[in-house]
Ligand binder design. Sequence first.
Ligand SMILES: [Zn+2]
Length: 273
Amino acid sequence: MGASRADFTLDDALDAEIARAADRVRRAEHVVALTGAGLSVESGIPPFRGPGGLWTRYGEPPMDGYQRFLRDPKRAWEERLDPSAPWAKALGETLAAAKPNSAHRALAELERRGACAAVITQNVDDLHRQAGTRNLLEIHGNHTLLRCTECNARFATDELAVDPAALPPHCPACSGVVKDDTVHFGEPIPPDVLRGCFAAVEICDCMLVAGTSAMVYPAAEFPLEVVRRGGQLIEVNPEETELTASSTHSLRGPAGAVLGRLLHHVAATEAGA
Ligand SMILES: [Zn+2]
């Protein structure tokens, strides 16, 4: 995986294909981007599974993490504040150090230019927000936020004081138990986010699928639904995926390089128009 990025060079054929994809983005009514782990990896965040993955190295978290939280939120909070699991420690340190890359920045800039209506991401790393994307749907939550398990209100860490002597924290609005926003194993996707995703997909006539093979529900549904509705897919991935056959453009390269170049072509066409 690292080798393919190091070896990557943007040749003329790929650049011409990126230019055609950029033209499609520019002409579409509602472009929605769907992103996944590939973008995080390019910011130095290791994937969970696969070679070099956090869980591969340190062992998987419990498959019933959410049920454990609900059974004993106090203990789950104590574990969050002082993680004993090595993968959780390693992930926390990596996330704290990670910075947005040119893929995150390109998507934020496309939004500013009115060329991207929404970003749906499977990543919890906050990097789309840090890059400036505003209409962001985080299917698996955001590791920097807290969420009420009753009313789904989100809180930044400076908005809700967590007192280690009075765990778990409670929601100021409805007094429900507050957990971290990251979706645990066994936890349903927050319904407000899921509704937002389906609303975005319903009007989407061009989906940019970057850094994900979108094999896992609910993300797997979105590109298929766009195709069913007659929309186009633009796939950005170094490898072929199950979506390749349904994609109008398959841009084979790392998301940072390809989306940076896509933005360049969108901007160049606008300037020339
Ligand atoms: Zn609440």
